[in-house]
Design a protein around this ligand. Structure first.
Ligand code: GDP
Ligand code: MG
Length: 442
């Protein structure tokens, strides 16, 4: 996988200076491969990797990350930005009804989405009306009626059998009905063809003209892959749209279409459709999509946690403190334990962190609840006891045990471990800041 390949190219360099050309070249070429595998359109990949390279060249080497990780982090941030960051909300009309029109190829998932959106809006207290403006296929109206029934939302459709074949007229009368019956939202389902054609575009544009939507949503099948860009461009020119909805994200498409379309059209992705059920629907999350496109969720998680937990500065500060003759206190010990607890959740991926071998050993037998007990015991000590644990005689220890809901045995164990850690910290200070084998901790 990409993660494995990248991990193999990660090097242990950390410290001052800039990211090197070579680090950037290696990592960016892996990223490029990942984007192409995710079906991101080639021109988008080119432009994107060039931008990343540019940005990476100016960056200082991070203390928490190695260069490969750092570049992945830049890539991820750029992806999220292009994908629109926080998904924006639907824009509601100042005067209802808010009109939402759906456009897209046949089979993209418009009718299904119409039902999902209707239900979602209804659950928020809106009173939607669905309009069946797809008169292309004989059963299209029935399909929307079924969907509407499931969502508990009324459907406006042409009278059956009276030969009405004008979707523009249906859309217009649907709008009148919504105004008349005070529906707060009107959702207009339209027809699509298997491929883009002029007649379909003209029809969609005419419906749009007739109902003047507040939002025109381009519905796109995420499985469409490399065709996404051409299709989106055709709809942008033919109908224009204000937002994108990606469907079939429950499939195995890596979601490159999202990136291509967002980049090429500049329109945000608002929603994601993730199945055939009415509830398989959510606001679009750019961060999740970015990690899906990169297909390296584990590396991204590692990066995030490494930055949060592997606080090099903190370790240096501690070493400097001990080296400077100040002693290692129970509070420091507690801080270390909490640091380890934060890292506890990254046990699995810790192997990827350069130099994390010792730390991983320490984490193998690490019990997170232990930290809570230690914290309770330290909190139960007086400031004098924390500063000078030598004074902890038997009666003080049993008071601490009572106060922290632990036993005297546990307090004794804590003190033993604290003494070991203190000895280790002193050795560490003498050896110039290096952790002795075995690390600190339980
Ligand atoms: P339309 O032609 O654009 O109206 O597309 P439909 O709403 O009729 O959907 C076409 C097919 O795709 C139907 O079989 C739907 O059940 C299915 N479908 C729609 N959205 C999704 C989705 O998010 N996931 C999956 N797995 N299937 C979907
Ligand atoms: Mg349909």
């Amino acid at each position: 996988s990409l993660s494995d390949r990248l991990t193999a190219t990660f090097r242990n360099l950390r410290g001052k200076g800039r990211l090197s050309e070579q680090d950037i070249t290696t990592t960016v070429s892996e990223i490029r491969r990942a984007l192409l595998e995710a079906d991101v359109a080639l021109p988008v990949v080119r432009e994107f990797t060039a931008a990343v390279r540019e940005r990476a060249l100016g960056e200082e080497v991070s203390k928490a990350l190695n260069p490969g990780q750092q570049i992945v982090k830049i890539v991820n941030a750029e992806l999220i930005e292009i994908l629109g960051g926080q998904a924006r909300d639907l824009r509601f009309a100042k005067r209802p009804p808010t009109v939402i029109m759906l456009a897209g190829l046949q089979g993209a998932g418009k009718t299904t989405l119409a039902g999902k959106l209707a239900k979602w809006l209804k659950d928020q207290g809106q009173t939607p009306l669905l309009v069946a403006a797809d008169l292309q296929r004989p059963n299209a109206v029935t399909q929307l009626q079924v969907v509407g029934e499931r969502a508990g939302v009324p459907v406006w459709a042409p009278e059956p059998g009276n030969g009405v074949g004008d979707p523009v007229a249906v859309a217009r009368s649907g709008l009148a009905q919504a105004q008349d019956k005070l529906h707060s939202v009107l959702i207009v389902d339209t027809a699509g063809r298997l491929g883009v054609d002029a007649e379909m575009m003209a029809q969609a544009a005419a419906i749009k003209e007739a109902v003047q939507p507040d939002e025109t949503l381009f519905v796109l099948d995420a499985m469409i892959g490399q065709d996404a860009v051409a299709t989106a461009q055709a709809f942008l020119e033919g109908v224009d749209f204000t937002g994108v909805v990606l469907t079939k994200l429950d499939g195995d498409a890596r979601g490159g279409a999202a990136l291509s379309v967002a980049k090429v059209t500049g329109r945000p992705v608002l929603f994601a459709s993730t199945g055939e059920k009415l509830t398989d629907f959510e606001r679009f999350h750019a961060d999740r999509m970015a990690s899906r496109i990169l297909d390296m969720g584990d590396v991204l998680t590692l990066i995030e946690q490494a930055e949060r937990a592997f606080d090099q500065d903190e370790a240096e500060r501690m070493a400097a403190k001990v080296a400077g003759g100040e002693d290692f206190t129970l509070q420091d010990f507690l801080d270390q334990m909490q640091q380890l607890k934060k890292m506890g959740s990254m046990k699995k991926v810790l192997g990827m962190l350069p130099g994390a071998g010792q730390m991983r050993e320490a984490l193998e037998n690490f019990d997170e609840r232990e930290v809570d007990r230690i914290e309770a015991m330290v909190r139960s000590m007086t400031p004098q006891e924390r500063a000078n644990p030598k004074i902890l005689n038997g009666s003080r220890r049993s008071r601490i045990a009572r106060g922290s809901g632990t036993t005297v045995t546990e307090v004794n164990q804590l003190m033993e471990r604290f003494e070991q850690a203190r000895t280790m910290m002193r050795q560490m200070a003498r050896s110039g800041g290096k952790l002795p084998r075995g690390g600190f901790g339980p």
